[in-house]
Design a protein around this ligand. Sequence first.
Ligand code: NDP
Length: 246
Amino acid sequence: MNITDKVIIITGASSGIGEATALKLSSEGAKVVLTARREERLEELKEKIESNGGTAMIVTGDVTKKSDYENLVKKTLSEYKTIDALINNAGLMPLSYVEKLKTDEWEKMVDVNIKGVLNGVAAVLPTMIENKGGNIINISSSAARNYFPGGAVYCATKSAVKMFSEGLRQELAPKYGINVTSIEPGAVSTELTDTITDEDIKEMFKEMQKMTFLEAEDIAEAIYYTLVQPARANINDVYIMPTDQQ
Ligand code: NDP
């Protein structure tokens, strides 16, 4: 599809992949709806988009709260009357070895990485079903395919997102023309590792810095590619790794 004037909600738009995606899609003419908890960062991004000639609106919120999603959808519909795509991107990655029993961090990952995606889908689905069309793009991870040290819970959340995406696709694409994609990047240079509190894992990531990571813009390009396909073509998965990563 041509994304000019399409209304696209992007969660986790305040940094990293979400921010790069908002810049890319708005530069291609989409009306982007930016959501995350850090309002200042969203304001800065909105200004940047508008100074580039794009269109953006902000609705701050927490993806774990259904009421915040209801507010997001209500405000989007009131401003733009429709929703064409949802990019479920918000996520956390506080890695640790299971034996450390950082159960509060496990819970946060389940809440944001899994329940946040479910909340997003539940919020936009009535509009997309009524429209008989749309795109739902869920940011899973290469972690849905490959375990890495300290990643047992994170990998489990991303596997859940990948499998949920496939179930959604099978249920929604043939019946309503709603296309669903799971994006599965390897290591991308963003703020994601800032949520790690485990000292052993932090050391591991210092070692990893020698590798060339993907940039957030690389994932934004993959998302754009997914969106501009003809409605008959559902891109199921995009698995994209840094050349250096095994
Ligand atoms: P960032 O840390 O830069 O971005 C994460 C975003 O999620 C932020 O905008 C943050 O906004 C938002 N977020 C976190 N918790 C919540 C919440 N409760 N409610 C609303 N928004 C929330 O990392 P990335 O850009 O790398 O991460 C984006 C996605 O990509 C994640 O799902 C991640 O798992 C996935 N991914 C990342 C990879 C990488 O190597 N970087 C590789 C594979 C997948 P705020 O704090 O303002 O709410």
